[in-house]
Design a protein. Structure first.
Length: 190
């Protein structure tokens, strides 16, 4: 496989998901300002769905597209984590309207951010396995299941399942709140 330029193998897949994510977020965020009720509902629904796909499944595209363009493993992993980090940063910026800078930075540890990063790790593992399966099917002598890829997939899925299944996420949220209180005090209404 021919290695493409850095911008083609790294930036293009990341930017494709980022632009789609940003546009869908903007449309979703401003849809309530649309005065036509039907247009508002359709716009918000489509934008919300596209945003959901970008946040939760964008890593599949970035990892596989960067692989197909000759990116190294390190480049694929780094590229795959950029958009989840941008999403988590957007959430930190949103809470900074109500919290101090340090308190806002703590929101990188929110269940949503942890969930997005863990799902991304699982998707990278699964993507690697699927790419290896494709290479094997094309005749290459390669093991389909690599231990690191399998561990990424299992660890990512297991953490998400545990965090959100344990008391339906309620207990994990209480731990998040306790950590906040230990670091910053009770705050206002927290």
């Amino acid at each position: 496989m021919k290695k493409k330029s850095f911008s083609r193998r790294f930036l293009s897949p990341v930017l494709a998901v980022f632009v789609l994510m940003a546009v869908s977020f903007i449309v979703y965020d401003y849809a309530p300002h649309i005065t036509n009720h039907m247009l508002h509902q359709v716009s918000a629904g489509i934008a919300g769905f596209v945003l959901f796909l970008c946040i939760w499944f964008g890593t599949f595209y970035v990892y596989i597209a960067s692989y197909n363009r000759g990116a190294s493993l390190r480049e694929r992993v780094f590229a795959s984590l950029i958009n989840p980090f941008i999403f988590a940063t957007k959430e930190v910026i949103r809470v900074s309207e109500s919290f101090t800078l340090l308190e806002s930075l703590y929101f990188y540890l929110s269940l949503l951010s942890i969930g997005v990063f863990c799902v991304s790790i699982a998707e990278m593992g699964l993507s690697e396995i699927l790419l290896r399966w494709r290479r094997k099917k094309q005749g290459e002598n390669i093991r389909i299941i690599s231990v690191p890829a399998l561990l990424c997939f299992l660890a990512g899925i297991s953490i998400v399942a545990f965090v959100f299944a344990w008391g339906q996420g309620e207990y994990s949220f209480y731990i998040f709140l306790r950590g906040f209180r230990k670091l910053f005090g009770p705050g206002i209404g927290v």
